[in-house]
Write a protein that binds this ligand. Structure first.
Ligand code: NAP
Length: 448
């Protein structure tokens, strides 16, 4: 009998899971990919920076998977409110959760919640036109911006803040966002790491791109980018250090914007009364591999703070969650009990996890392919020889509840509307529609 699998989440992890399931021989499989948003591709659509078109082109591969006859896309269906984990278990032979890491990590310092202190993920969602983020969420009236963290997300937000609106017009950034970027008053951007340049998480290619921006003077501080034992560094870290050291001797050329990459500074307080007025940092050093403060402080007078210190997953209703690792506890993708559910393992049978929800928010998009393949191997081994199929369809339950999933063809209508919008504006291949209403209108529906 055909094995029927539900995948929750249509980002790279979810679609690579569908890919691995439908590519294997020896077992007929039907896959339903459930997605709370009207659109597929998750972080490829709403996380990868608009000007990183080569990474975005992964969507072409993901699209080919969604178009396989044994795969069905069900957009606008939310776990919890539209269907429960228990109801999915009743209706599918196996369920694979692939919901990624949707929220930001916290700094845990005073002032973090002041207006003007924002998660970098919100800023990313804004310029990527995530339907949960209104187009007027950001007004770039700050002249100085502090970006806390030195990972690739920090590099993305710094690059988008640095580029001119005209440089971003060929990409899929919504018109409303382009207008706000054009009105940006940002003059100085500080990107700050709590450890040294050799510990930065960004990758060399991404770092180098910052040095190629026409509109920006990029600088580092000689004393902060000095590294004693360069020979012991990995190739990537050495490459980063070389670039950062070369920038220390650059002389500012009076370009419209200035970008300073700072190191050995940990944020201790976001300053301000009714909104952010600056960030207080303590200089740091490493003692036995641990970051410790030196008692020396510095204030950066930024009025917009973007906290870019990593993503984290959120617990899903009815699915175990480990709050220490902020992932779903699993063995090679098979979900196992957390403390709260210890002793009720049987209720977890045939439930799986892949992607960031399984291993935490690390790696590049492609990392999810091997990760999903591991989960699928576990799933197929577990279900081998098992009687499958013959369960009630999900469609009846959704229809009873008045939930009408966005079909793949409807997504193609949204896709076409975005291409047509780009065409009408004389802007590249796609301009994103903003908000659910515009998307539903594009597929001929009124919002429910
Ligand atoms: P990340 O790579 O984990 O970087 C997080 C940064 O935040 C690190 O510099 C970290 O410093 C710092 N940090 C954490 N806690 C902090 C604290 N309390 N105070 C100050 N700094 C703190 O996370 P990410 O940038 O969000 O990226 C997530 C994943 O997506 C990564 O795998 C990344 O490579 C990937 N990504 C890739 C691309 C691309 O390929 N172009 C683009 C975007 C994202 P420590 O090292 O000291 O902890």
């Amino acid at each position: 009998m055909t094995l029927r699998v539900a995948i929750v989440g249509s980002g790279p992890a979810g679609i690579y899971t569908a890919d691995a399931l439908t590519k294997q021989a020896g077992q007929e499989v039907e896959v339903d990919v459930l997605e709370r948003l009207p659109t597929p591709y998750g972080l490829v659509r709403y996380g990868v920076a608009p000007d990183h078109t080569s990474i975005k082109s992964i969507a072409r591969y993901l699209r080919a998977v969604l178009e396989r006859p044994s795969v069905r896309f069900l957009g606008g269906v939310e776990l919890g409110s539209d269907v429960s984990a228990a109801e999915l278990r009743e209706r599918y032979d196996a369920v694979v959760y692939c919901t990624g890491a949707m929220v930001d990590r916290h700094l845990g310092i005073p002032g973090e919640d002041l207006p003007g202190s924002v998660a970098a993920t919100d800023f990313v969602n804004w310029y990527c036109a995530h339907p949960d983020m209104p187009a007027d969420a950001f007004t770039l009236d700050a002249e100085e911006v502090a970006v806390i963290g030195v990972g690739n997300v920090a590099v993305d937000v710094v690059r988008i803040l640095s580029k001119t609106a005209d440089e971003l017009r060929p990409f899929d950034v919504p018109e409303e966002v382009i207008e706000r970027l054009a009105a940006s008053r940002v003059r100085a951007i500080h990107m700050i790491g709590r450890r040294g340049p050799e510990h930065a998480k960004f990758t060399l290619k991404e770092l180098r791109e910052l040095g190629e921006l026409d509109n920006v003077d990029v600088l580092t501080h000689q004393g902060e980018v000095k590294v004693d034992d360069v020979a012991s560094l990995s190739r990537g870290a050495r490459g980063n250090v070389d670039v950062l050291q070369a920038w220390a001797s650059r002389v500012p050329e009076g370009r419209p914007r200035r970008l300073e990459l700072r190191f050995w500074l940990r944020p201790v307080e976001i300053l301000g009364t009714s909104r952010v007025e600056g960030v207080r940092f303590e200089r740091t050093r490493l003692v036995d591999g641990r970051v410790v403060g030196t008692g020396e402080f510095e204030t950066i007078p930024a009025t917009l703070v973007l906290r870019s210190v990593g993503y984290q997953s959120v617990p899903l209703p009815g699915v175990p969650f480990d709050t220490a690792t902020m992932t779903v506890p699993n063995q090679a993708g098979r979900i196992i009990a957390d403390d709260a559910q210890a002793g009720t393992d049987d209720r977890l049978a045939d439930q799986y996890v892949a992607g960031w929800l399984k291993r935490g928010p690390t790696g590049v998009v492609g990392t999810n392919k091997s990760d999903a393949a591991e989960t699928v191997r576990t799933l197929l081994t577990d279900l081998q020889g098992r009687e499958t199929g013959g369960r009630p369809p999900l469609d009846d339950l959704l229809a009873e509840r008045g939930v009408k999933p966005i079909t793949y063809d409807e997504w193609l209508a949204i896709d076409a509307a975005e291409a047509a919008l780009a065409d009408s504006l004389g802007r590249g291949e796609r301009v994103k529609l903003v908000g659910r209403e515009a998307m539903l209108a594009a597929c001929g529906r009124m919002p429910r």
